[in-house]
Ligand binder design. Structure first.
Ligand SMILES: *Cc1c(COP(=O)(O)O)cnc(C)c1O
Ligand SMILES: [Zn+2]
Length: 443
């Protein structure tokens, strides 16, 4: 059986394009594009047959099934040649039971999908393996692509430069100066990307990269490019598969440009349309209060949306005021009875610190989602008996400056209630013992 996918206009005006065309928006109406699969053809396998196939491939050594994304290849990018695939065995990240933290907030069935446990330390790898593989296939078929470029808040650029380096394709990344972490700046430099540090914010970098890629000779890797969504949507299938094909009550994730919530919703709806699941979880997008255009639109009943100028947040990867995928996000939130919550700098830093005290090591974006879960429990929107999954979007080690500033009490607008500092002493056992003996007994 051969499966097919092509671009369709997201607004539904009827335009279609082949996936190897260099195109990001509908030529007719300017809307974003969507990868449309031939769902009728995919119905040739029964739900149980798809489950068996996916279970058989799950995290195998056989190329390319070390990747959770390519294990679902028929639903992602059917027809791509194995030799074009550029993969770092992304996907298949652990889904951990956050037992102690969950109990501490009155939610014993809380789980965290650790998408940051990935090659470049964020979920962006899930989408980038698809995009760079598609570009490599275009180049192998003779299409002239000089380079691949993106604007980024730090994680897309790390993923793009790593996958391009693996494929030997030049990459360019545009970063807002002083608004990404040291690790995020070093990743593309180490991988040999051309790195532009621009005196603007993410939204400013986005404008430059769109102009730079307008003539088609440089391929655009931002999430307005729908190929990335196809890889990112496999997180939905992984979560359900890891629960033995049962659907949780809620999935909560941080959102900035809002491609990821669309990807999650798209993955869930495909599973429903193919009969693998019979209900959808409710979705929650969590935003930083300093970068909350979707939250504002939600409060207004999604009738009104205004881009804003986002202000500084520790959750720097979601410091975005004009999200490209706003319409996509609203569509899936409406389809899943979804909600939007926000977290202040103090709320996110406090949630990160308390969760870290239970053994996690959360990035600030994941902390926005954790703070949102706490607020939804307090509001009675999430019931304590429900099963909730938080999508952790990046590894905490990429955000060491955030942790350091918190524990030194240097984060603006944040009270460091759980700060922990090294105790500096001479190398003398008695000095260590004196400090230990002066500790209050554990409570
Ligand atoms: C990109 C990113 C997000 C936001 O994803 P969107 O698709 O832009 O909403 C959240 N957290 C981290 C760590 C990211 O890198
Ligand atoms: Zn259109």
């Amino acid at each position: 059986m051969t499966y097919r996918a092509r671009y369709a206009c997201f607004a539904g005006c009827g335009e279609h394009h082949e996936l190897d065309e260099v195109i990001y928006r509908c030529r007719n109406c300017g809307s974003l594009l969507d990868v449309e699969h031939d769902v009728e053809a995919l119905r040739d396998r029964a739900p149980a047959a798809w489950m068996n196939l996916f279970e058989r491939r799950w995290m195998r050594t056989e190329w390319p099934y070390g990747s959770g994304v390519w294990g679902k290849r028929e639903w992602v990018l059917p027809g791509i040649d194995d030799a074009s695939i550029v993969s770092f065995a992304e996907g298949g990240s652990n889904l951990l039971w956050a037992e102690r933290y969950g109990r501490s907030i009155g939610l014993p069935d809380l789980w965290v999908k650790q998408c940051g446990n990935s090659h470049t330390g964020s979920f962006k790898d899930l989408g980038m393996t698809v995009l760079v593989s598609a570009v490599r296939e275009m180049i192998r078929r003779g299409r002239p692509v000089r380079a691949v470029a993106c604007a980024s808040t730090g994680d897309t650029s790390a993923a793009l430069s790593a996958y391009c380096a693996a494929a030997g394709i030049p990459s360019l990344v545009l970063l807002p100066r002083d608004k990404v972490s040291v690790a995020q700046l070093l990743q593309p430099l180490a991988n040999g990307a051309m790195v532009f540090s621009l005196d603007t914010d993410f939204d400013g970098c986005m404008k430059v990269v769109q102009a730079l890629t307008a003539d088609g000779s440089i391929y655009l890797a931002n999430s307005m490019n729908s190929l990335r969504i196809e890889g990112q949507k496999t997180v939905a299938m992984e979560i359900v598969q890891q629960f033995e094909w049962e659907v949780p009550d809620w999935i909560v994730l941080p959102g900035g440009n809002l491609g990821n919530v669309y990807a999650l919703g798209k993955g869930l709806m495909l599973m429903r349309d193919l009969g693998l699941i019979s209900k959808l979880p409710r979705l929650c997008v969590a935003q930083a209060a300093n970068a909350n255009p979707l939250y504002r639109a939600y409060v207004a009943g999604f009738d009104r949306y205004e881009p804003i100028t986002a202000t500084r947040t520790s959750a720097s990867a979601i410091q975005i005021g004009a999200p490209v995928s706003i319409d996509r996000a609203i569509r899936v939130l409406r389809a899943t009875d979804g909600v939007v919550e926000q977290a202040t700098e103090d709320e996110l830093a406090d949630a990160a610190a308390r969760a870290d005290r239970t053994g996690m090591f959360n990035c600030p974006h994941t902390a926005v989602a954790l703070a949102a879960v706490e607020k939804l429990i307090a509001a009675g929107t999430i019931d304590p008996s429900q099963r909730v999954v938080v999508v952790s979007t990046a590894h905490g080690l990429k955000f060491a400056e955030f942790k350091g500033a918190y524990h030194q009490g240097r984060l603006d607008g944040v009270t460091s209630r759980h700060a922990n500092r090294p105790i500096e002493l001479p190398a003398d056992v008695d000095a260590v013992r004196r400090v230990l003996d002066a500790q209050p007994p554990p409570t």
